[in-house]
Design a protein around this ligand. Structure first.
Ligand code: GNR
Ligand code: NI
Length: 168
C-alpha cells in the first residue's frame, strides 16, 4: 500500500469535476487501498479521489474510530430524504487547521458501487450524511469553504497560501 499526497486549498486541481469509474480491476482496487491508507495516516474520516489528484468518482470513509470499518463508494449519487437542514462543524484534509459550521440536508439516500462494481443503496443521517455530502462535493470540485462568507474563505485562503510558501 502507498500513501498519496493530499492536495490543499486553493490548489486549482481541487476544482476539477471527476469522471465516472468504468473499470473495476485490480488497479482500481489498489487505488482504493492506497486511499484508505492515506485517509488513516492523515486521521481523516473520509477521503475523495479528487484530494489525491485522481479525478474519478470514488470516495472512502471510516467513521468507526477503530479504523476497521472502511466503506467504499464508487459513482455515488444521493437524493435528499429530509430537507430539514442540520448544522455540523466540518473540517477537511485539504483545508488543514480550519473548522466551520456548514448546513446540509439532514438525511439522504445514497446509491453507489463497491470496489468490485456491485451496486448498493443506503440511507444516511448524522455524521455519515454530512461526510458523504462533503465527499461528493469534492468529486464535483466543491469544498466546504464554498459555503462560508467570501471574507472567511479569503482569510483561510491567505493563511493556507502563507503556510504553503513556508513549507515549499
Ligand atoms: O476527516 C474529516 N472530517 C470531517 C469532519 C466533519 C465533516 C467532514 C469531514 S471529512 C474530513 C476528511 C476530508 O477532508 N474528506 O474530504
Ligand atoms: Ni474534505
Amino acid at each position: 500500500m502507498a500513501q498519496l499526497p493530499i492536495l490543499e486549498f486553493p490548489d486549482p486541481r481541487l476544482r476539477k469535476v471527476a469522471a465516472p469509474v468504468t473499470v473495476f480491476d485490480e488497479r482500481f482496487r489498489t487505488l482504493v487501498e492506497d486511499m484508505l491508507e492515506t485517509m488513516y495516516q492523515a486521521e481523516g474520516i473520509g477521503l475523495a479521489a479528487t484530494q489525491v489528484n485522481v479525478h474519478q468518482r470514488l470516495l472512502v470513509l471510516d467513521l468507526s474510530g477503530e479504523k476497521d470499518s472502511p466503506q467504499v463508494f464508487a459513482n455515488p449519487e444521493f437524493e435528499v430524504i429530509e430537507q430539514e437542514l442540520h448544522e455540523h462543524q466540518e473540517g477537511c484534509l485539504s483545508v488543514p487547521g480550519f473548522f466551520e459550521e456548514v448546513r446540509r440536508p439532514r438525511a439522504i439516500r445514497v446509491r453507489a458501487q463497491d470496489q468490485h462494481g456491485k451496486s448498493f443503496e443506503l440511507e444516511a443521517r448524522g455524521v455519515l450524511a454530512v461526510c458523504i455530502q462533503h465527499e461528493i462535493d469534492h468529486l464535483d470540485g466543491k469544498l466546504f469553504v464554498d459555503y462560508l462568507t467570501p471574507l472567511k474563505r479569503q482569510r483561510i485562503r491567505g493563511k493556507l497560501l502563507k503556510e504553503q510558501r513556508k513549507s515549499a
